[in-house]
Write a protein that binds this ligand. Structure first.
Ligand SMILES: Nc1ncnc2c1ncn2[C@@H]1O[C@H](COP(=O)(O)OP(=O)(O)OP(=O)(O)O)[C@@H](O)[C@H]1O
Length: 571
């Protein structure tokens, strides 16, 4: 694996090529070498022909030109095959790494973005395409160097000067088009383009968005927003394109000076009789090879864009720090302060919280109080900027749990992919969250893909999905890895009966283990051993239900408010 410094650099990308295997790589290399050397070599029979070499020189020249054409033409499909195979191998590795990731990491938006890049590529370019582009660029450079060497045989400094100008020109064009801040730079394509793509995708999405668009009549609004987003995306690009066109003027000027200078020097030497007619013809072809490198080529896009998916792959395949030891099931946060990147203020500040092994702890607070953030600190997904956090391994169900478009069995087994559980383990996890009924509604039982994208698949209701996510966490605990269960709004989608049933079963099932429950439902919360009220980034109150009710603080106020809403009868 590459170091962080050269991740995405040409050497690191070239090291991917052997992944294609010798059967695909050997023809690609042979064709590449052929395309690179036959051009410079053809200057020999060309020189002889011009110098009066006759049929032999002509045949040799024609054969070489034909072979070069063939090599150049066949190198493209051979390169595409190599790129496909390299990408296939990388995708398989990334999928295996993703399958082995703990769900908490898999649900990290940065990891999700890396997965998208690694599996789909960036702007149609992949890591394999970038690796092939490195080889193609190396071939073009080799041709240019050989051309420069031929020029230098006749005028010692001419080849070096022409090559230096050509390399500088190539760098300049690459920087203008795909370098940092260049017209097609990755950063530039970032946010504004994603916003436009998101708006365009919204309309085509079969899920909730399409329904809302129709119901609220959002078509014109969305089109307007899309046009505005595309304008915002295109405006700086158009400005930069203008500056690129001006930049191209300079680059072409330099090329013109370089070409005119080279041909002038050659002419002077030929006129003085130091270069014969045949040698002059060879020098002209050699000079054209040098200039061709300076003009750049489409490979620079493959290289620049394909390096992004490669960086994502290296991040995803980086050895994951060993999971924390199972621990006792307890958690210990001391003086913890946590601020999201670019946020003006910390979400949590100087927070102390101890969760005893086996304790049933509930966390409550207003929207945005930091409950989910606290859960992510407890699971070790986030590390605090200040303070210390001692955690235990925990199974987690987040509010925005993932709905995998996979069979029900896999949706549960992803709780601990390393555990070789049987169907009985999967069924036990489903039973623990009162979800066995679900099986009767699915045509292929555990084998039913949970997605309407498959003809044999079924989508689930919000509550059913929530039970599946809970079953996944229970499966992870049953696998023996985790001593604690952290659930963020575990029953938000469930009706009152289902909520009661599921929570009873969870309490029973997690007996002896730690349960951390984040919820706005006080009927559930009140059953915890201890309730922690988060407010203003710190713990405002804590204690048992009776204790907090007697204290008459936030908790008592919210509890009564919720109870009133339920019991109050309309006039
Ligand atoms: N990834 C993020 N990047 C930046 N800010 C975030 C991020 N996630 C949450 N926040 C902010 O942190 C604060 C706390 O959010 P958090 O989700 O922890 O609250 P919560 O108590 O769980 O809220 P709710 O009850 O609505 O689920 C909010 O102001 C939110 O906007």
């Amino acid at each position: 694996m590459v170091s962080a410094r050269d991740a995405g650099g040409p050497l690191a990308l070239a090291r991917l090529l052997p992944l294609a295997g010798m059967r695909l790589l050997a023809p690609f290399v042979v064709l590449g070498v052929g395309a690179a050397v036959l051009g410079p070599l053809s200057t020999v029979p060309l020189g002889r022909l011009v110098a009066g070499g006759g049929f032999g020189a002509l045949s040799a020249l024609l054969l070489m030109l034909l072979a070069q054409e063939l090599c150049t033409a066949l190198r493209e499909p051979a390169g595409a095959a190599v790129a496909r195979r390299v990408d296939g191998v990388l995708r398989a590795r990334v999928r295996a790494a993703a399958a082995a990731m703990p769900p908490a990491r898999l649900e990290d938006p940065r990891v999700q973005a890396d997965l998208r890049l690694a599996l789909r590529g960036h702007r149609g370019r992949t890591a394999g395409a970038a690796a092939v582009a490195v080889a193609a660029e190396a071939g073009r450079l080799a041709s240019a160097v050989a051309g420069a060497a031929i020029l230098s045989v006749h005028v010692w400094w001419l080849g070096t000067a022409a090559l230096a100008l050509s390399v500088a020109q190539n760098r300049r064009i690459t920087t203008m088009l795909v370098g940092p801040g260049g017209v097609d730079s990755v950063g530039e394509a970032g946010q504004a383009r994603r916003r436009a793509d998101y708006l365009a995708d919204l309309a085509g999405e079969p899920g909730g968005a399409a329904k809302e668009i129709r119901v609220f009549g959002l078509e014109a609004f969305l089109v307007g927003r899309y046009v505005a987003a595309m304008r915002a995306y295109l405006a700086p690009r158009v400005r930069r394109r203008r500056s690129v066109v001006r930049g191209y003027g300079w680059v072409l000027g330099i090329q013109a000076v370089s070409a005119c200078g080279t041909f002038a020097v050659l002419s002077v030497h030929a006129a003085a009789g130091r270069i014969g007619a045949g040698e002059l013809a060879g020098c002209v072809v050699a000079a054209l090879l040098v200039f061709a490198y300076g003009a750049g080529g489409h490979h620079m896009f493959d290289l620049a864009y394909g390096a992004e998916p490669y960086r994502a792959v290296t991040r995803l395949l980086k050895p994951v720090p060993a999971p924390p030891p199972a621990g006792t099931g307890g958690f210990h946060l001391t003086g913890v302060t946590f601020t999201y990147p670019h946020a003006p203020a910390p979400v949590l500040e100087h927070l102390d919280l101890q969760v005893r092994p086996g304790e049933r702890l509930a966390i409550v607070g207003r929207n945005g109080a930091g409950k989910t953030t606290l859960a992510k600190l407890l699971t070790g997904l986030y590390t605090p900027a200040h303070g210390s956090a001692t955690t235990s391994r925990a199974a987690v169900v987040f509010q925005d749990f993932v709905r995998y478009p996979l069979p029900l069995r896999d949706n549960v087994r992803l709780g601990d992919p390393a555990f070789d559980g049987t169907d009985a383990d999967v069924l036990a996890a489903l039973a623990a969250v009162d979800a066995l009924d679900l099986l009767h509604t699915l045509p292929a039982g555990l084998d039913t893909p949970l997605s309407r994208a498959f003809t044999s698949g079924r989508d689930l209701s919000g509550g059913q999905w929530q039970k599946v996510a809970l079953a996944r966490a229970v499966y992870a605990m049953n696998a023996g890895r985790d001593r604690a269960l952290i659930v963020d709004e575990p029953t938000a989608h469930l009706d009152a009966r289902a909520e009661r049933e599921v929570f009873e079963r969870l309490l029973h099932h997690t007996r002896g283990r730690t349960l951390v429950l984040i919820s706005h439902r006080f009927a559930t919360v009140r059953r915890a051993d201890r309730i922690v009220v988060l407010d203003g980034g710190a713990i405002a109150e804590q204690g048992g239900h009776a204790e907090l009710m007697a204290a008459g603080g936030h908790y008592a106020h919210w509890y009564r408010l919720q109870a009133d809403l339920i019991t109050r009868s309309d006039p």
